[in-house]
Design a protein around this ligand. Structure first.
Ligand code: ADP
Ligand code: ZN
Length: 638
């Protein structure tokens, strides 16, 4: 896209003009001052020269005598000699006798008026004019807001002007087709494109577009690309600014930038305003002042909220914002009428990774026998940016080896470079980890499927999530239900235990991956006992009261320490029972578990239908597997 650069920093212009003027000044003034050079001599020499009739011109002033010599009168730069005035009565006669010419202007005196003008008035005029130009520039920069007085002091420093880049629509703009994978996100954003192309259609029917859309996902998954693609698809201008750019050193500057950004945007509507890293300004407020930076951030955030509330839903400005920390956003930002729509931009799955690799491989020269599926498989958990990096790294390797194209082994090698580089970030899973996670997730799904009263499995994935989960199993209830039976709750606890149980059954070892499950299972077991009256020991006694339904539902105990100990014991017993149940289910269905885990390991994401299809496939095998579970399964992976 061609980017229209904002005008050069005024400071720069200022100095260039000042230097040029100084140069001119020297050019004009110096020749006048330096037209002659003066040399001091003693009176004796002067008298000697007079006797030798060397004096050409002479000028006797009140306190000195100036003279020139005949010899160097043809020199370009005439030397003027100067000597002190002595009490010498016959001097004039002698000079006259020596043939000297009496002169009154040996040194061409500058007129005092001229030098006054040159050295005093001219600089003042120059700097006044420059100052005026600067002030006008600055006023323009200050977005015409009259309430802003702080800006005056920074005259000409170019502050307060938002650095929003304006991407003028151009044919080589990024389109949805440039963003590989991310189909769901694209589908979500398509509506906005349609709206931007034809806002009147929406206005006629009275439909309001969301003002703000939040793109949520891990770094490098293509959020910025998607935002640009929306602008590219709709063929509208794209304003972009990063949240951290708003937070300036001086209080009030961030707010001024927000104001300016929106002013520009409204002039260019319909258009897209993209705010990257919105958490930098939109983080939760009142978290205690740290080095006074909070005030500024809060002002900036308030200004953003004001701007968003300020424009009517249909003026054609759509704000897209990206963050990888949605949980840290201030609630005010996510309220209806602001960023009320959320588009998840997750790490790509196998297919997505393959597509991204191919998109980027088009930009370099490659061998034509590269198995991208294999490369994508090896780079499990990599983000789009990392995949782009892998391809580039491969090209660099090829150059280093003196080849004219990158081949498959370049790709493989560069994955290692990138993985080693990124391992600390825990983004890319090793094969072993992937297998453990596969078994873990299948464990959940299988335990759920083998019990009555559990919600059907909708989707199982081992693609790491923003939340830090390495995979998840999604169960979706058919229809709503508001009452949950004791059996359903215990089944749910068993399902939660299923992940850990699968690791135990398959690998005979356990990992840290189940911490979230454990927490949930414990909480559920505790609620059954203390809130739902589902324990025979306590019966229908409320042992806990829920404090805040909307903020996490924290509960506080309302019982004696003695009872608390008993509750803890019961919780442990309840969870342990369900854990045993899960282990039993998985041991009995080990064969199926292996098959499913292998399948998930390869596919990374499987649907509930695929899961059920494999589960129900060849039911006669099911019986055999029960019998053969004791014997070591030969289909065990690795
Ligand atoms: P984010 O804004 O989510 O951090 P970016 O949009 O800046 O990520 O993406 C960084 C780079 O990664 C892009 O310039 C692009 O080269 C590459 N990339 C990320 N996701 C994709 C994708 N889905 N398709 C193609 N390239 C991608
Ligand atoms: Zn789990």
């Amino acid at each position: 896209m061609d980017e229209v650069k904002e005008p050069k920093k005024p400071l720069m212009t200022f100095w260039i003009i000042a230097m040029a003027l100084l140069f001119l000044l020297n050019l004009v003034a110096l020749p006048i001052a330096k037209s002659s050079q003066i040399q001091e001599t003693d009176y004796g020499t002067f008298m000697k020269m007079t006797e030798e009739k060397k004096i050409d011109k002479v000028e006797i002033e009140s306190n000195k005598i100036l003279f020139t010599l005949k010899d160097d009168s043809n020199q370009k730069l005439q030397t003027v000699y100067e000597t002190g005035l002595m009490d010498d009565a016959g001097l004039v006669e002698r000079l006259y006798g020596a043939g000297a010419q009496f002169s009154s202007e040996i040194i061409e005196q500058q007129s005092p008026l001229l030098s006054f003008l040159l050295y005093w008035i001219l600089p003042i005029v120059i700097f006044t004019v420059l100052g005026n130009i600067m002030r006008k520039k600055m006023l323009k920069n200050m977005t015409g807001d009259d309430s802003m007085t702080f800006g005056g002091g920074f005259g000409g420093l170019g502050m307060g002007k938002s650095n929003a880049k304006v991407y003028v629509k151009s044919s080589d703009g990024i389109k949805f087709s440039d963003v590989a994978g991310e189909e769901e996100a694209k589908e979500n954003l398509q509506e906005i494109v349609t709206y931007l192309k034809n806002p009147t259609k929406y206005q006629e029917i009275g439909a309001k577009m969301p003002k703000g859309v939040l793109l949520v996902g891990p770094p490098g998954t293509g959020k910025t690309m998607l935002a640009k693609a929306v602008a590219g698809e709709a063929d509208v201008p794209f304003f972009s600014m990063s949240g951290s750019e708003f937070v300036e050193m001086f209080v009030g500057m961030g707010a001024a930038k927000v104001r300016d950004l929106f002013k520009q945007a409204k002039e260019k509507a319909p258009c897209i305003v993209f705010i990257d890293e919105i958490d930098a300004i939109g983080g939760k407020r009142s978290s205690g002042g740290n080095y006074g930076g909070n005030d500024e951030r809060e002002q900036t955030l308030n200004q953003l909220l004001t701007e968003m509330d300020g424009f009517e839903g249909n003026n054609g400005v759509i704000i897209l914002a990206a963050t990888n920390r949605p949980e840290s956003l201030d609630a005010a930002l996510t309220r209806p009428g602001r960023f009320d729509r959320r588009v998840p931009v997750e790490l790509p799955d196998l297919k997505g990774r393959e597509d991204i690799l191919k998109v980027h491989a088009k930009k370099i020269k490659i061998a034509d026998d590269i198995d991208f599926n294999k490369i994508a498989r090896m780079a499990a958990g990599a983000s789009g940016a990392e995949l782009a990096n892998i391809v580039n790294e491969a090209a660099l390797r090829a150059v280093r080896d003196g080849r004219s194209f990158a081949n498959e082994s370049d790709m493989e090698e560069s994955i290692e470079v990138v993985i080693a580089g990124y391992q600390k970030k825990n983004a890319i899973l090793s094969d072993k980890e992937k297998l453990v996670v596969s078994y873990h997730e299948i464990g959940h799904a299988l335990v759920a499927a083998m019990q009555d009263g559990t919600a059907p499995v909708q989707k199982i994935t081992i693609i790491p999530r923003t939340s830090g989960a390495l995979g998840y199993t999604m169960q979706v209830d058919k229809g709503n239900h508001y009452l949950v039976s004791k059996e359903e709750l215990t089944s749910e606890i068993a399902t939660l235990c299923g992940g850990r149980a699968a690791e135990e059954v398959e690998f005979n070892s356990i990992s840290t991956g189940a911490s979230n499950d454990i927490e949930k299972a414990t909480k559920l077991a505790r609620q059954m006992i203390t809130q739902y009256g589902m324990s025979s020991d306590f019966g229908m006694v409320a042992l806990e009261t829920v404090n805040n339904q909307y903020l996490g539902g924290d509960a506080s105990l309302a019982c004696s320490p003695d009872t608390q100990t008993k509750i803890d014991q019961q919780v442990v017993r309840l969870v342990e029972q369900q854990h045993q149940k899960a282990v039993k289910i998985l041991t009995e269905n080990k064969r199926k578990m292996d098959e499913l885990a292998q399948y998930l390991y390869e596919k990374e994401t499987i649907t509930g239908d695929e899961f059920m299809e494999i589960l129900n496939r060849k039911p006669q095998l099911e019986d055999k597997s029960k019998a053969g579970a004791a014997a070591e399964s030969e289909s065990a992976p690795e």
